[in-house]
Design a protein. Structure first.
Length: 193
């Protein structure tokens, strides 16, 4: 027997991504997001949404480009920090993190991220404070291990271990709870970052 419930996505796992943009002064800024999907126009594209005032959104509006890197278990404490620390705080990026530039677009990319899209906004829809972006994929940056055709997809996913979220909790690829939103950024402080 099924029950009718208020609208929610409580049992719809969402893959986590770190969006990378540059501020006006050229410093990088990263934010944590999960409202992502894909669409087919002329080619495969990315559909992404941001629903609050954020430095990341300001930068996307100003520049029309951003990187979107998949969050893995290894990157989760850093991603949790990016999601919990406002981009408007001047000290947000005063942490130890390896960053490189995109290969096609002027976007910052996390060095340890195994799969990153370089995205150019094609169309923006705005409604009730939400920006929905339809983006052209201008480039995909992938670790060499993900390019090895002799390794199957399951083994590749088990190697990179992408993270999902449901109901304010982070989950591993195989469904183990990794902690609540905001808890894992504490590991960065414990490790002196």
């Amino acid at each position: 027997m099924k029950k009718s419930l208020p609208a929610s996505n409580n049992f719809c796992p969402q893959t986590l991504f770190v969006y990378g943009t540059y501020n006006d002064d050229g410093t990088p800024d990263f934010g944590l997001f999960c409202w992502v999907s894909y669409y087919w126009g002329e080619n495969l594209g990315v559909m992404a949404a941001i629903c609050q005032d954020k430095r990341t959104r300001d930068n996307i509006r100003a520049n029309g480009v951003f990187s979107m890197g998949m969050v893995t278990e290894e990157l989760l404490p850093l991603a949790d920090y990016f999601g919990g620390k406002s981009g408007y705080d001047e000290d947000k990026m005063n942490i130890s993190v390896g960053i490189e530039k995109g290969h096609i677009l002027n976007v910052p990319v996390l060095e340890k991220c195994p799969w990153t899209f370089e995205l150019e906004v094609d169309k923006t829809f705005q409604d009730n404070g939400v920006d929905v972006y339809l983006c052209k994929i201008r480039n995909v940056l992938a670790d060499e291990a993900l390019c090895d055709v002799s390794v199957n997809a399951e083994d590749k996913l088990n190697t990179i271990r992408p993270v999902h979220t449901v109901g304010g909790t982070y989950f591993s690829w195989d469904g183990r709870s990794l902690g609540k939103w905001g808890e894992l950024k504490k590991k960065l402080n414990e490790n002196g970052n």
